[in-house]
Each structure stands twice: as structure tokens, then as C-alpha cells.
Design a protein around this ligand. Structure first.
Ligand code: NAP
Length: 270
């Protein structure tokens, strides 16, 4: 299967490398459309075929991945659309650009819109994706195989929910880092050196994640296994509850979703 990737920045590079690493196709079948000399050089150094001098080769690709910044899309689209064939699958990784906007700009109907998150770099990403009605189930499976080379995927049947995907899994890694940072800083205030505080927190997060991941118990049960009545954990949890920790998280995610909708509205005006 031939795959073309337009845009060889952080995300384009991760997908190109993951596709080959996971044997979705051979390196020689991955074509890169890059812009700057530096991106072209990186693509060539990685052993990929660069097609900026022969962009018509895009027509050979079964899947065309769009990995440019949303604000660069219209310029790319006006160039790209002349080379596309009707049966090709377009996989957009651009935040906020709707299926309708992609359809109009590319004059193309088979569109997958995906929202990955940053752990895709380690093959541990979470990607929500949706599709235009013209994408057949066989084509959807192919696109899903491609997206799965960077981690887990989830099909979202209503495109409107993509802003919620962004708010939960797209932004999620930053929420985790924020929580971890607060815990490390609190541990320092309890008298630990920063490296020791970081070790205590990092290993605790890792261990707790794996307990949750391998347990059949729900989270309330897992909390109760640590927080015995009248004990230390319960005191901390009481403070979290009194200060509205859970509702703060809820409000944050809601705001993120709203902002996603706003940004998407602005991007899709043009
Ligand atoms: N970073 C994330 O965690 C993340 C998560 C979810 C979604 N996304 C989405 O992924 C997309 C890419 O993000 P990124 O972080 O990879 O950005 P990036 O590092 O800036 O990469 C974008 C690349 O697109 C290239 N480009 C722009 N116009 C082009 C054109 N006409 N032809 C060929 N190449 C062109 C740029 O080329 P030059 O370098 O050559 O100028 C740049 O290398 C964005 O739409 C973003 O919304 C990113």
C-alpha cells in the first residue's frame, strides 16, 4: 500500500516512522511532500521518497495523510487537489478543521478526520477519528490501521464530539503533567529534594496506572483499597472534595471543549 504524507513536521514524521515500524507498508512506499529544505533533508535522511519535484506521484497513494498546521491547509489544498483521485482516502490530522472544510478545499469526498495526542511519539497515543459518509467500511478499516500504528484508536460517530475528544485525550497529557507537577511540588514542601520527590511521584503514578489497568475493580473500589477509614489518605481526599477538585476538573474540560469549538469556528470561516 502506498501512502503519501503532506507535511513532515513533528506529527508527519511520527506517522511516517510508525507506519514503517509497525510494517503497515515498506519504507519505499511512503511518499513525503515537504516544504522547507530542512524538512526535505530530514525525510531523505530517514530514507523516504520526497515528491516535491514530482507531486503528481500523490495519485499513486491509497491514503493521503495531511499533517500541516491548520493555518497552512488552504495553501496546501489548492496545490494538492489537482493531483487527487476520487478513490483515495484523505486522513487529516489537523486540529479543528472540519470534514466539510476539507471536502470543499480538496474537492474530494472520502475524508477521515483524526485527533491524536502527544504520546503517539511512543506508540502510546489515543486517537479519536470520524469520517465522511462517502468512506466505505473497508476504507475506514485501512485508515484505522494507519492511525493504530501510533497507539489506540476510537471511532467517533458524531463529528461534533471531536471537540470533546480534543478536551479529554488531546489535552489530557497536559492535565496529567499538571497534576504530577503539583504533587512533586507538594512533596518538596514536605521536605524531599526535588529528585527524590519526582521519583516518589513517578513510580507511584506508574504503579497506580498499572494496578488500574490490570484490575477489574472500578475506581471507587480502588480508592477504597488505599483509603482506609480514619487513615491518612482519607484526610487528603476529604480536602480534595471540600475544595471541589472533581468539579474543577469538570469545568476545565468543559472550557477546553468550548475553546475547541470556538477555534474550529474561526478556522473554518475562511
Ligand atoms: N503536535 C501535536 O501534539 C498534535 C496533536 C494533534 C494534532 N496535531 C495536528 O498535527 C498537525 C501538524 O502539527 P505539527 O506539530 O507536526 O506541526 P509542525 O511541526 O509545524 O509541522 C507542520 C509541517 O507542515 C509543513 N507544511 C506546511 N505547509 C506545507 C505545504 N504546503 N507543503 C508541504 N509541507 C507543508 C511544514 O513544513 P516546513 O517545516 O517545511 O516549513 C511543517 O514541517 C497540525 O495540524 C496539528 O493541529 C498536532
Amino acid at each position: 500500500m502506498k501512502i503519501a504524507i503532506a507535511g513532515f513536521g513533528n506529527i508527519g514524521r511520527i506517522y511516517a516512522r510508525s507506519i514503517v515500524k509497525l510494517n503497515l507498508t515498506e519504507r519505499k512506499n511512503v511518499m513525503i511532500l515537504a516544504r522547507s529544505e530542512q524538512s526535505k533533508r530530514t525525510a531523505l535522511d530517514d530514507g523516504f521518497e520526497c515528491i516535491h519535484e514530482s507531486p503528481a506521484l500523490i495519485a499513486d497513494a491509497e491514503i493521503v495523510v495531511i499533517a500541516v498546521k491548520p493555518q497552512d491547509f488552504s495553501v496546501l489544498a489548492s496545490f494538492l487537489k489537482q493531483f487527487l483521485k476520487e478513490d483515495q482516502i484523505i486522513v487529516s490530522l489537523m486540529a479543528g478543521i472540519t470534514i466539510q472544510q476539507i471536502k470543499e478545499n480538496l474537492a474530494h469526498s472520502k475524508i477521515i478526520r483524526a485527533m491524536p495526542n502527544s504520546p503517539i511519539a511512543l506508540g502510546m497515543g489515543m486517537t479519536g477519528f470520524c469520517s465522511s459518509s462517502d468512506v466505505m467500511s473497508k476504507e475506514l478499516r485501512k485508515a484505522e490501521q494507519l492511525l493504530s500504528t501510533t497507539g489506540r484508536t476510537l471511532y467517533i460517530d458524531d463529528e461534533k464530539k471531536m471537540d470533546a475528544v480534543t478536551a479529554v485525550s488531546g489535552s489530557g497529557p497536559a492535565y496529567f503533567y499538571f497534576f504530577v507537577k503539583s504533587m512533586i511540588e507538594s512533596a518538596e514542601k514536605l521536605g524531599f529534594e526535588s529528585s527524590v520527590a519526582a521519583l516518589l511521584v513517578k513510580q507511584t503514578m506508574l504503579g497506580a496506572f498499572h494496578v488500574w489497568n490490570s484490575s477489574e475493580d472500578d475506581l471507587d473500589k480502588l480508592i477504597s483499597t488505599v483509603a482506609s477509614k480514619g487513615g491518612t489518605t482519607q484526610e487528603a481526599l476529604k480536602v480534595f472534595e471540600q475544595r471541589g477538585f472533581a468539579s474543577t476538573i469538570e469545568s476545565g474540560l468543559k472550557k477546553a471543549e468550548e475553546r475547541g469549538r470556538e477555534l474550529s469556528g474561526e478556522l473554518n470561516k475562511h
